[in-house]
Design a binder for this molecule. Structure first.
Ligand code: AMP
Ligand code: ZN
Length: 114
């Protein structure tokens, strides 16, 4: 989608530090890390949020989860754990309107969130 930051990252128009890519998913390091490892996993198709995904397109969400599991294994988070987050809409704290999942790991994380 034109004028979408994450679509531009997928297209290579804006540089990113890529950690994983397949035909449906792209993953890269967050520019403002909130944990020692902070990765964003995004679908290659533009959806504003999880609320805009329907029907067969849920395959993108499936692939995002598979990428998260693979990256968590690679990063060695299986034993101590990690967190997956979809901030959604204003109250959810979403700042970029292209569906994305945060993978946070490498330290003990607090709960509940602020
Ligand atoms: P959210 O607040 O859930 O919408 O998450 C958006 C995330 O995108 C934030 O954690 C930002 O730090 C991150 N972000 C914004 N711009 C970039 C960028 N150019 N490269 C990498 N991460 C970014
Ligand atoms: Zn987009």
């Amino acid at each position: 989608m034109k004028d979408c930051l994450f679509c531009k990252i997928i297209g290579g128009e804006i540089p990113s530090n890529k950690v994983y890519e397949d035909d449906m998913v792209y993953a890269f390091y967050d520019i403002e890390p909130q944990a020692p490892e902070h990765i964003l996993i995004i679908p290659k198709k533009h959806f504003e949020s999880i609320m805009d995904v329907t029907g067969k397109d849920f395959e993108y969400v499936d692939k995002m989860m598979q990428a998260a599991q693979k990256l968590a294994k690679e990063k060695g988070f299986e034993k101590d754990g990690f967190r997956l987050v979809f901030n959604t809409g204003r109250d959810g704290g979403q700042t970029v309107a292209h569906l994305h999942m945060h993978l946070l790991g490498g330290r003990s994380l607090q709960w509940p969130p602020g």
